[in-house]
Write a protein that binds this ligand. Structure first.
Ligand code: AHM
Ligand code: MG
Length: 349
């Protein structure tokens, strides 16, 4: 076995220690008011991530972290204590920011307003506070997903109608993955960049810049337990994968974690619709559009199977979409199975 050399492994990244706020300003090459706002917003998201990571790291030791609250959310799903905690962390962190007038999350039926911020804070934060929450109680990966949009109009009835626009309106998007280390991945529409939380500094430090997803990768990531409910095109794709060399199945059950693997190593993640629920499970504004923004920035693709995720205009803020996301070639392959089936169906009509 080679000699262990701790000194060399201590710091793999450039100890220039580029922080997130500095990176945002460099990305925008400006100290304009909007650049300052985005830098402050990203700082606040990072603070929320640090608070949630700290809470998760002691989950088994505290009574208020694991398990359910006993309530159900607007989606009809049982709310976990951690969902509630993380949802409130984002609210309290942004209450103090002065920049965000409105937050919308999958845990809240309607957008949450911070009236004192509204005269100045014209940004809306959309987020999934804890993604993959079924993993919490067994100490596996979870994440938080975020997206920033500019508020348009006054939204006097406070329904968030101006949010019903396509994903190309996002100013920034990203996620925090709570794994062996806590990483924050974000894009302002100028590439995808990754930061790793250094707990000794309490700072997210740049660890990888301008990430590009490989054009093809070995991973296919899908809950195959749903095979019986899928349309034939998705079944055909999985049959194709089973019969060809070079594919490997991976499924964490937390979108952020499964997506992170695909972003770094290539491949495709699918959460298709089913015959009964053609819209699938994942929510457009808080999950699929933010990740689509990232994957396009990284040179990959995100599709419903029929159109690009970033083109979908939602009818309601909690709308769901099917998701096929990852390496451009692998997403195109899944789409080709869907198109073949559509053509066959049209010919039969
Ligand atoms: P959540 O945000 O309520 O946790 O739900 C979304 C999660 C995703 O993280 C994951 O990809 C998917 O649900 C897993 O669903 P399933 O258990 O049906 O495979
Ligand atoms: Mg989620």
């Amino acid at each position: 076995m080679a000699d262990y050399q701790p000194a060399e492994t201590t710091f793999a990244v450039d100890r220039d220690c580029k922080t997130l706020s500095r990176h945002v300003l460099e990305q925008l090459q400006s100290f304009s008011p909007e650049a300052q706002d985005l830098s402050a917003l990203m700082n606040r998201i990072a603070l929320a991530g640090k608070l949630i990571a700290r809470h998760l790291s002691r989950a088994g030791l505290m009574e208020s972290v694991l398990g359910f609250t006993g309530d159900t959310n607007v989606q009809g799903e049982a709310v976990k204590k951690m969902d509630l905690y993380a949802n409130n962390v984002f609210i309290s962190v942004f209450k103090q920011s002065g920049l965000v007038c409105r937050l919308a999350s999958e845990e809240m039926e309607k957008p949450y307003y911070i009236p004192e911020n509204c005269p100045i804070g014209r940004y809306t934060l959309l987020y999934d506070p804890i993604d993959g929450s079924s993993n919490i109680d067994i100490n596996l990966n979870v994440g938080s997903i975020f997206s920033i949009r500019r508020q348009q109009g006054e939204d006097l009835d406070q329904t968030g109608a101006d949010l019903l626009q396509n994903g190309r309106q996002q100013l920034a998007a990203g996620y925090i993955l709570y794994g062996p280390s806590t990483v924050l991945v974000y894009s302002l529409g100028q590439g995808v960049h990754m930061f790793t939380l250094d707990p000794s500094l309490g700072e997210f430090i740049l660890s990888s810049e301008n990430i590009q997803v490989p054009s093809h990768g070995p991973t296919y990531s899908v809950n195959e337990g749903n095979f019986w409910q899928w349309e034939e095109s998705i079944r055909d794709f999985t049959r194709y994968v089973h019969r060809h060399e070079g594919y490997s199945a991976r499924y964490v059950g937390a979108l952020v974690a499964d997506f992170h693997r695909i972003l770094l190593q290539g491949g495709v993640f699918l959460y298709p619709g089913t015959v009964k629920k053609p819209e699938g499970k994942l929510r457009l504004l808080y999950e699929t559009a933010p990740l689509a923004f990232l994957i396009e920035q990284a040179g990959g693709k995100a599709s419903t199977g029929r159109e690009a995720i970033l083109e979908v205009i939602p009818q309601a803020i909690h709308q769901r979409t099917p998701l096929i996301i990852g390496s451009a070639e692998d997403v195109a392959l899944v789409e080709s199975f869907i198109q073949d089936h559509n053509h066959r169906r049209q010919r039969q009509q």
